[in-house]
Design a protein around this ligand. Structure first.
Ligand SMILES: [Zn+2]
Length: 388
């Protein structure tokens, strides 16, 4: 296990920030992964589906069936360096934890995948495809989106930080829109001579907020994901999070008006809505259009909610292996954000998200991963893959 720990620490030392600090930071990390695999006798290559965004790909084993391992080696910015007690690119090991940006999200997961490939290279009767991508944190449009078109594996395993006792099987969809209202300028002392764009937009936003009251019936096999996640969030946040069953509504930005004594002739707002299982983003967008009267609407970003059934044979098997190994009940969960898993689920490929670290550790100061978690995760995934 020393090798796994050292490898995680080594990966953290590459400042593969996304947005990029320079072109080399990402390429250097990709080269390191490729060379490490090559040193172990595994043929690996770097593919740039889009220029400047490397994906490392390697394949071991032979057979008709295949499993694709996916992970990302880009990391989010460090934020205020002064707020870190431990250098974010040190990969320091203290008291059973490895520290640094990406420790949880998700260089530990990439290290697990690399070790799995090395350990299992000669003993599989199916193909194990390793993929490490460089743009998950900005949407996966340059790497995993293309991988999902090139590969049709029987199963995808993503080692994003799930927490050792959770198996993430689904994620909400996304509908982000920009509303723009146009009015007519006039002197602020005689507003009735003009039309106030800010007021128009406020009316639309108030009306649009009702979208979160829409009752949506969840597909039967997704209920357990929602219930487990609700229970977990209630424990962690101390309150009931109704947004798991409904379309969430958040006004992220609002801009309008030029001066206090001028009737505003333009106003614009950006709204973030997350789409639950049981409705597509297109259906949600139709609803948006019916609730907005005065403003033009433009989609900024969209994706459909997606999940793999908890009754899927691979999901059930991985769950039982993890439970046996950690001697604790494993819960199938969903996340409110997104992973690259959605690209594969679009092609009806089952995707299981299980990896070391905690979701709560992603993107925070003094990010770390518990070494025990790293080892547990590696052991369970290895056992699962050996028996696949
Ligand atoms: Zn991640």
């Amino acid at each position: 296990m020393e090798e796994l720990i050292e490898l995680t620490s080594k990966l953290i030392q590459f400042p593969s920030l996304n947005p990029k600090i320079d072109e080399e930071s990402m390429v250097n990390t990709a080269n390191f992964i490729k060379d490490w695999l090559s040193d172990k006798g595994i043929e690996a290559r770097i593919k740039e589906y889009s220029s400047g965004w490397p994906t490392v790909i390697a394949e071991v084993g032979k057979g008709k069936r295949s499993v694709l391992l996916n992970g990302h080696f880009d990391v989010v910015p460090t934020g205020e360096i002064k707020s870190w007690k431990i250098n974010p690119f040190s990969g320091k090991i203290i008291d059973g934890r490895i520290y640094g940006r990406g420790a949880s999200d998700m260089k530990s997961g990439v290290a697990v995948n690399m070790m799995l490939l090395k350990e299992l290279a000669d003993r599989l009767d199916y193909k194990l495809i390793f993929t490490a991508v460089s743009d998950e944190e900005t949407g996966g449009f340059n790497c995993s989106k293309f991988l999902a078109q090139d590969y049709k594996p029987d199963l995808v395993l993503i080692s994003e930080p799930s927490g050792s006792d959770s198996l993430i099987l689904g994620e909400k969809g996304l509908l982000q829109v920009r509303l723009v209202s146009k009015g007519r300028a006039a002197h602020g002392s005689i507003p009735s001579a003009g039309v106030n764009a800010i007021e128009l937009l406020i009316k639309d936003l108030m009306n649009l907020s009702k979208i979160s009251n829409l009752e949506i019936s969840l597909p039967k096999d997704s209920e357990i994901l929602v219930d487990n996640t609700l229970r977990r969030m209630q424990l962690e946040l101390g309150k009931y999070i109704k947004e798991l069953r409904t379309i969430s509504f958040n006004i992220g930005t609002i801009k309008g008006g030029v001066k206090v004594n001028v009737v505003a002739d333009k106003c614009e707002a950006e709204v973030d809505m997350r789409i639950p299982f049981g409705i597509t983003y297109k259906e949600a967008f139709e609803k948006v259009k019916s609730l907005v009267e005065n403003s033009e609407i433009e989609i900024i970003q969209s994706s459909n909610p997606n999940y793999t059934s908890p009754y899927n044979e691979h999901a059930k098997k991985l769950k039982s292996i993890i439970e046996k190994n950690i001697k604790k009940e494993v819960r199938e969960m969903l996340i409110t954000g997104a992973t690259d898993g959605r690209y594969f689920r679009e092609h009806n490929i089952p995707v299981l998200v299980y990896g070391p670290g905690k979701l709560g550790q992603a993107h925070v100061y003094d990010e770390h991963v518990e070494i025990q978690d790293l080892i547990n995760c590696y052991n369970s995934l290895k056992e699962f893959l050996v028996s696949f």
